[in-house]
Design a protein around this ligand. Sequence first.
Ligand code: ZN
Ligand code: ZN
Ligand code: ZN
Ligand code: ZN
Ligand code: ZN
Length: 329
Amino acid sequence: MSNYQPSTSSSADPNLGSLGPEYRTQVAEPESEPVSVPHEVMLLLLAYLPLYELLAMSQVCVLLRDAVNEEVLPWLNVVVDRTLSSRLTDEILIKVTSKANGRLATLALMDCVKITDDGLRRVAETNPLINKLCLTGCTRLTPEGVIRAVKTLSDHHPHSLTTLQINGIYDINKHHLQTLRSFLPLNTELQLKQPLLFYHTYRNPKSPGHWQSLRVIDVEVCRLCEEVRMVFDCPRESCKRRECRGCSFCIQRCEECGGCVEYGEEEEAACSDVLCSACWLQLPKCDVCNKPYCKTHTSLGYSASASAGFICDVCRAKFIQSLCDDLEF
Ligand SMILES: [Zn+2]
Ligand SMILES: [Zn+2]
Ligand SMILES: [Zn+2]
Ligand SMILES: [Zn+2]
Ligand SMILES: [Zn+2]
């Protein structure tokens, strides 16, 4: 890595410039050492970076910029997370995916609300080798558009698509799901082997990307409400009968441990998330209201210098308001 020279260009690819300058990172200081080809391992690593990080890497030095611009390998897995999702249009998506020269293997679009059925269709037509397709939260897509794209992939290579994630696309019903399943390698044996999915790990922003899930398809028909939704398993030893397996609308779950919590038995957290009694007892509490944060929201608390504890954001806001009231601001 010591041989890299800094890039002098302002963008990895002028065609992608409309994604805006925010993805650019600090350009490294110039080095006078000779240029060498990027190590193969580095190219492999590039292939697993989300689009934002891939574009940022191309700003680090000339070698990485050239690798990103000229090699196909970094573009075989296109992952667009929230950093760029709101800016990704059909046209940019088509340009980005065209860099794989028809060999795109993973297309993971998270909350890409500008992507349309037509954009997805065009990508599916030109990239028949896609085997992982994640479209979670792409709310402009319709069930019919997703079915068309999956069918296009299946027509080229039957059952080559091994993972499909569509949670967050509106109006998917049982019939859509059934049609989608017919294009995927789903059989009883494989379904039984599907890994358990726990609410707390799914919701944890630090857990690996959901597009890496081993489930063939992320949503299923909740047996309780019969809607097509994410259905969670219960990690509690005492829940082996799986009666509490269901979507988050039907079964309330603890943010910390993913265990089912009966309605009326939930403990209040300072962040308004639901906690079970066991988790509530273990977590540090606000000095004022005695409510804990779940681990995801711990950073919302304020440490009081005179105490080892913290004050939650709600209590702090109330305190500031009372000061303002007293001073008649
Ligand atoms: Zn349900
Ligand atoms: Zn719990
Ligand atoms: Zn349970
Ligand atoms: Zn509080
Ligand atoms: Zn929380």
